[in-house]
Design a protein around this ligand. Structure first.
Ligand SMILES: [Zn+2]
Length: 273
């Protein structure tokens, strides 16, 4: 699942490649991905890309005031080919969802999941996409403050790992970076948000900044085909069940109740804390 650092890297790449370029054609291979039935994908054909921006884990491509919003969901991603006539299938067995053609290259939108999670919208403004309109403040924005985190935590009884992934509370974090942030903060993934002390909130905020700022910087400039591997290789605890904790050398375990979907260090992040 791409999270804010990978989507930010893709956004920067596309902004550099596409700004000022005319959309020459589109192909929608997977019709179910387009959620705006009354506004077809070919509305952007012939229009010039003015900007490419990230909203949480979504990308917005502004083509002369008509916006193509791409929500990557669980298994969506993108490909880029410098050959405008290329029709290569996407790598790693992913299904091709759509293609957007330019004079000097082709943007492919892909989905590697067992079920379709990519969502495309053609809209007048980014906020017309329901999932974008509901997004909380962007956790990957360097300006995401401790106060904004306090607001997101609120007096919620929700468990920390789940809350960090709740896009309506704070945008951009998914399954992997929530594990990494809680590892750096040395907080239990199942602690209730409202139970944190002031010191723990400060640690959590510092960890959000450290993990996301570090990942955004590390992912910047890496080819989009290599983003997933770079993310996986960078993980401290996520996906590292049975491996030693980088802080204490203890063994990383699956978080109880996540069916192997999340990991933590029981020594650094005691569940009863
Ligand atoms: Zn540890």
């Amino acid at each position: 699942m791409p999270e804010a650092p990978e989507v930010e890297a893709l956004t920067r790449f596309l902004r550099e490649r596409l700004t000022g370029r005319v959309v020459r054609g589109v192909e929608l291979t997977e019709f179910r991905a387009l959620k705006t039935r009354a506004r077809p994908l070919d509305e952007i054909v012939g229009r010039t890309v003015g900007s490419v921006d990230r909203y949480g884990k979504h990308i917005d491509l502004d083509a002369d005031g008509t916006h193509l919003s791409i929500g990557f969901g669980r298994a969506g991603w993108a490909t880029w080919s410098d050959d405008a006539t290329a029709s290569d299938p996407p790598a790693n067995g992913a299904a091709l969802i759509a293609r957007v053609m330019f004079d000097d290259g082709v943007l492919g939108i892909t989905d590697a999941g067992e079920w379709l999670s990519v969502q495309l919208h053609v809209v007048a403004a980014p906020g017309d996409v329901p999932a974008v309109a509901k997004l909380g403040p962007d956790a990957a924005d360097p300006g995401f403050s401790r106060e904004a985190l306090v607001t997101a935590l609120g007096r919620r009884r929700k468990q920390l790992k789940a809350l960090l992934q709740e896009q309506e509370s704070l945008a951009g974090i998914g399954n992997a970076y929530s594990d990494e942030i809680l590892s750096v903060a040395r907080l239990s993934p199942v602690a209730q948000a409202a139970s944190l002390s002031d010191d723990e909130v400060t640690r959590l905020h510092t960890a959000v900044r450290e993990v996301l700022d570090g990942a955004v910087a590390a992912r910047d400039g890496i080819p989009i085909a290599e983003q997933k591997a770079a993310k996986v290789a960078s993980m401290r605890v996520h996906g590292r069940t049975g491996e030693p904790c980088p802080d204490c050398g203890g063994t990383i375990e699956d978080i109880p109740g996540t069916k192997g979907g999340g990991q933590y260090c029981p020594s650094c992040q005691p569940l009863s804390a």
